[in-house]
Write a protein that binds this ligand. Sequence first.
Ligand code: MG
Length: 342
Amino acid sequence: MILNYKTFVLEYKHPFGVSSNTRRTTTSVFIKIQHEGKVGYGEACLPVYLGETIEGTIAFFEKVKPFLVHHANSAFNEILKAIDEFSLENNAAKAAIDIALNDLAAKIERKPFYDLTGIGKSESRLTSYTIGIDAEEMIGQKIKEAADFSILKIKAGTKDDKALINLIRRYTDKPLYVDVNQGWKNKEEVLEMLYWLQEKNVILIEQPMPVTMLDDMAWVTERSPIPTIADESVKRLKDLDKLQGCFSGINIKLMKSTGLTEAYEMIKHAKKNKLEILLGCMAESSCATSAMAQLMKFADYIDLDAPNLLLNDPFKGISYKNGKVYLNDLPGIGAEPVEALF
Ligand code: MG
């Protein structure tokens, strides 16, 4: 199926929090894969803390390129399986290839990905909007900027998370997702905190404890008044078995799962095992975020706000209105590059 394989690399940086004083930047590498005049696009988003680099990502594409050219007519799943075996890491690079191949396959059939796969189109869904840890006056400013969004996601794990939540509550009573990023270590204190947070209209907690504290996490989940969602504890399908009973749900991200194909497998596994599903993202542009949004109808919670945090989104895809994510009817993953940037 895949001929004329061509890597297409654009490095770009996008500041977070458009009018904030905390300008973190991150980088994505994009590829395009062509066949018979159709072009599939993919994105590898590379937040520094994940350890994947631009150089490593491009090197992975170069390594895989001859294989892709010579296996243009192989079955889709065989291609992905072989690519996976090229390296133990490079999840974001693998995701870029998977997204581009899925985009291409759907475009060849002139169908949106959700139709090609038989998933069906998802209705518009409410997404959370992330408020990063910041100085007090900036938090007020960020909450004002989030006026369109009816659920906020708070990055906690600070020295005093109760003070942080009390501060947020001076500005808004919107429901909150709280992401602790492994920041809490004492299970009794965690449980007490979860009851306190529930009273503050926090509706889920993400990765409260370190990845290594699975037994404690199981103890907490059994008693928790709100859903506990694994993030750092789950990357791929193979991680799911050991999590059973330790969390109420999982945060699936394309840059962890190696793309749409495995993300969908994780969804099926989660459904079968009564795990809740949160669809999340790193700092992807509208390219990878539109791809992930194809799976929205399976999710209990949506956290696909990344394109809103970018100043220079090089793709046009999903749209946002009144805090909801809307799919379009374009063939493929539903995203096309902004011409000026490509
Ligand atoms: Mg998280």
